[in-house]
Design a binder for this molecule. Structure first.
Ligand code: ZN
Length: 180
């Protein structure tokens, strides 16, 4: 029978809310035994680079991710993207000027230009707001791949957000394709 508590991965303190007995920690980890990957079947990995021109640039990476999937030869699986910077972020969005400006405005409400940032005080970077926005949006993205194509929606593009106050940044995105 399915053990609900193991399925949910709940911690013992939380389980006590249900009046459940405490379960040994070693039983509280896996739903099923972990799948051991076959050796000799490594993932495909490449680095996508781009250069932004100014704070607020939003760069459509979709064609480049599609190209990487094609190069990988993988038909069914996942593509995982990770931007290696703390003042840039990845997300998906409809790539049209209206919603791009809406996103920028929303981020500037969360981390206003004129707020006091401890990061600026400590380091004099002046990019405190950039770090905060990047942390809120996040550095990574995973998208399913089917028949060698991204399973994105029709109006859903993969984008890099340039959030740093300093212009002309070269950005690296690690692109890993895993599957068969
Ligand atoms: Zn900084």
């Amino acid at each position: 029978m399915l053990d609900f508590r193991r399925f949910m991965g709940l911690s013992p303190p939380f389980l006590s809310l249900f009046g459940s007995r405490r379960i040994p920690a070693e039983r509280n980890v896996f739903l099923v035994p972990p799948v051991i990957p076959e050796y000799g079947d490594p993932v495909f990995r490449t680095v996508l680079t781009c250069t932004s021109s100014k704070e607020g640039d939003i760069i459509d990476l979709t064609p480049r991710v599609e190209k990487a999937i094609a190069e990988s030869g993988i038909r069914t699986g996942l593509v995982q993207l990770f931007v290696q910077h703390s003042t840039a972020a990845l997300t998906t969005i409809e790539f049209e000027p209206g919603v791009l400006s809406d996103l920028k405005r929303a981020l500037s409400v969360l981390a206003p230009d004129d707020a006091d940032y401890a990061h600026n005080t400590r380091w004099g970077d002046g990019n405190g707001r950039s770090h905060v926005k990047a942390a809120l949006v996040g550095p990574s993205l995973t998208v399913p791949v089917e028949n060698g194509k991204l399973l994105c929606g029709t109006w859903q593009q993969i984008v890099l957000l340039e959030l740093d106050v300093n212009a002309g940044r070269r950005r690296s995105v690690i692109c890993t394709v895993d599957g068969a």
